[in-house]
Design a protein around this ligand. Structure first.
Ligand code: OGA
Ligand code: NM2
Ligand code: ZN
Ligand code: ZN
Length: 377
């Protein structure tokens, strides 16, 4: 024991590790390099929190020269004369957890939240936060009351992110055209899919804005939670799930002036072992390049997942009306449409964005709410 202040004590081990013990609760052990790297003084950390020191410049066997607990801080003197002061009890608290809600898988039977209102999203930070919470926890939010006019989508996506411009444009028009270069621009029905899996990075967010949808024109929307489907596959057929997670397949799209190719597994797991990204697009994958043994197993796993995605028990169906905007996590929720019938006009505008935008916006909204003030302009 080298030092104590109030109920907190600090002890230094032979390798310089500092062990902090609160009066009650868990001890925290901090190695010297961690302490040196995270010195909060103005020489080491800029006011915004960005780090100025580079830990790789310190010797691996760095040890504090002197450790003491003062009234409300841990103080460390380093061999080079630098002093670090860490406010307590913050140092005991450990890493700041991310405040985003947990993803909640859903299926056809899950109650839908109310749609969000486009005008309220712009005017009321709490409404925007609720919408972004829905995008994060369920991977989809329906917004009503946008102007049913080309370009209005810019005002919605701008509330939480930046348009990812692609070869399809900043905004793209989904309507039936003669000589379509993409099946999306024909009247064909589209089974639930991920957009642009042939792009690296694949857009994490997609918005679809209904500008016109005449009665009887078909084109009903189907949404399927890829996370819920993956979870079912994991429980029903673990080897199939593992194979889809372990095997990269190629995705490709060739159109005017582009030849886009990317390789990803259908299920991409994060370091925590949970599904982080789902890519499903049977129209845009390349011929599988496996030998016969893997091919047989892979087709089995692929079809098992495909059957789950086609199960009506997992699908949510809705009819987009003019002024509706769907905000979707493109790497989680698959979207599709029934075939488009003529006569009758149907016109959607869409755009892509990235997952980081809505997540960042939601964190700032939650923080501003904590501080009891509106978000920064
Ligand atoms: C697409 C698409 C849905 C629709 O264009 O990729 O999924 O409702 N469109 O037309
Ligand atoms: N569009 C609508 O990813 C895809 O190829 C689906 C995308 C053409 C931008 C269609
Ligand atoms: Zn410092
Ligand atoms: Zn699509």
């Amino acid at each position: 024991l080298v030092s104590s202040a109030g109920p907190i004590t600090a002890a230094v081990g032979a390798d310089g590790t500092v062990e902090l013990r609160p009066g009650a609760g868990l001890a925290r052990r901090l190695v010297p390099l961690w302490l040196r790297e995270n010195c909060p003084c103005p020489e080491c950390t800029a006011p915004g929190g960005q780090r100025i020191v580079d830990v790789t410049a310190f010797p691996a066997d760095l040890r504090p020269a002197d450790v003491r607990l003062v009234a409300d801080a841990l103080e460390i003197g380093w061999p080079d004369g630098h002093t670090s002061t860490y406010p307590m009890p913050g140092l005991l608290a450990g890493p700041e957890p991310d405040r985003l809600p947990r993803p909640e898988p859903w299926d056809a039977g899950t109650a839908l939240g109310d749609p969000f209102d486009a005008l309220d999203l712009a005017a009321d930070p709490a409404h925007l936060a609720a919408c972004l919470e829905a995008v994060h926890s369920s991977g989809v939010a329906l917004v009503r009351g946008a102007e049913p006019a080309p370009g209005a989508l810019e005002g919605i996506v701008g509330l939480f992110g930046h348009v990812r411009e692609t070869n399809y444009g900043r905004l793209f028009d989904v309507r039936t055209v003669i000589g379509a270069e993409n099946l999306a621009y024909t009247g064909l029905g589209l089974p639930p899919h991920t957009d642009n899996p042939y792009r690296d990075p694949t857009p994490g967010i997609q918005l679809l804005h209904c500008i016109r949808a005449d009665e009887g024109g078909g084109g009903e929307t189907t949404l399927v939670d890829g996370l819920a489907a993956a979870e079912r596959l994991r429980r029903a057929d673990r080897p199939a799930y593992d194979l889809l997670a372990a095997t990269e397949i190629g995705f490709r799209y060739r159109g005017s002036g582009v030849d886009l190719r990317a390789r990803f597994p259908v299920l991409r797991l994060g370091a925590d072992g949970e599904v982080a990204e789902v890519r499903w697009n049977t129209r845009s994958c390349e011929p599988f390049d496996f030998g016969p043994r893997l091919a047989r197993a892979y087709y089995g796993a692929y079809a098992a997942f495909g059957r789950l995605l086609a199960d009506p028990l997992l699908a949510r169906r809705l009819r987009l009306r003019p002024g509706d905007v769907l905000v979707m996590d493109n790497l989680r929720v698959l979207h599709g449409r029934t075939r488009i019938e003529s006569p009758g006009e149907r016109h959607l505008q869409g755009c892509y964005a990235d997952r980081d935008g809505p997540r960042s916006r939601l964190r700032t909204l939650l923080e501003a709410d904590d501080e009891g003030e509106g978000p920064a302009p």
